[in-house]
Design a protein around this ligand. Structure first.
Ligand code: HEC
Length: 170
């Protein structure tokens, strides 16, 4: 029995189907602030890239200690991811946080009414007040975090946030 032609025809049909599929799947690219598809890994920031990004930040963040920032971010990590397209957990993904409005559009994260009504733009100063004591800045927030008391730790964490969440100095 000669199966050759049948196998070839099947292969061709499969290829044609695959081609069709890929041409119909070319949807328009997502808007810039939409989460990337989860299977696309966030770009990895090398220590060198991080150092360069740090130098470009506004003072006093440009001289912050990124290693300490990373170490202190361990306190935030159980609730927050940083990379583009990262998951929402107990707290929202924080990609692009600096300069953005509080309580908005983080891939359908359910913010508290208190934070949504707070009308805050996340400047570095506001972030500093936030992580000093979230409930003091926004009474009724559902971020249950006691706060970072040391001002240097806060500066280092905010610099780390800027570097790791795609902040672009103006
Ligand atoms: C126990 C979990 C938890 C920890 C720990 C935590 N957060 Fe949060 N965070 C939240 C939740 C929940 C919200 C949403 C608050 C709301 O809706 O009121 C939030 C909101 C935020 C926001 C505002 C997001 C937006 O889009 O407006 C920022 C910024 C933030 N957290 C930064 C941090 C940083 C930095 C740390 C560590 C110093 C930290 N968080 C620690 C749970 C946490």
């Amino acid at each position: 029995m000669r199966l050759g032609p049948i196998v070839a025809a099947t292969v061709l049909a499969t290829l044609a189907a695959a081609c069709n599929k890929s041409s119909t799947a070319s949807a328009p690219p997502p808007a810039a602030n939409e989460a990337a598809a989860p299977e696309v890994p966030a770009p990895i920031m090398t220590p060198d890239d991080a150092k360069k990004a740090l130098a470009g930040l506004p003072a006093p963040y440009n001289t912050a200690d990124l290693d300490n920032g990373e170490a202190k971010f361990a306190l935030c990590k159980s609730c927050h991811t940083l990379g583009q397209g990262g998951a929402n957990m107990t707290g929202p993904n924080l990609y692009g946080i600096v300069g953005s409005k509080a309580g908005e559009g983080r891939n359908d994260f359910k913010f508290s009414d208190a934070l949504k009504a707070a009308n805050i733009t996340w400047t570095p100063d506001k972030l500093d007040a936030w992580i000093t004591k979230p409930a003091a800045l926004v009474p009724g927030t559902k971020m249950t975090f006691a706060g970072l008391n040391d001002p240097k730790d806060r500066t280092d964490v905010i610099a780390y946030l800027m570097v790791q969440t795609g902040y672009k100095p103006k």
